[in-house]
Unconditional design. Structure first.
Length: 90
């Protein structure tokens, strides 16, 4: 290289990470290799979890409420027939 040679540089987050001159490229240690992929996979994972939570909540809210099964024994407000006053033959 000489003074006045054409040089291309790549700047990432305010730092020069790649310099190209005369068809030769040099990368620095701070080159963002692979980082976009990791961020993309992480974002996709969080998005999938969010969608699963939203769908589960929507299904739960949309499902009809099932009344609890009636208990065995007396109906509400009635005596069960057990006890001193309810026994037959006394």
């Amino acid at each position: 290289m000489t003074v006045g040679s054409q040089v291309a540089g790549q700047v990432w987050r305010g730092r020069v990470v790649q310099v190209t001159a005369g068809g030769v490229t040099q990368q620095t240690a701070q080159d963002p290799t692979g980082e976009p992929l990791e961020l993309g996979l992480g974002g996709a994972g969080f998005a999938a979890g969010g969608v699963l939570g939203i769908v589960t909540g929507a299904v739960w809210l949309a499902s009809p409420s099932v009344p609890s099964a009636p208990r065995r024994g007396a109906a509400p407000g009635r005596r069960s027939g057990r006890g001193e006053k309810g026994r037959k033959g006394n």
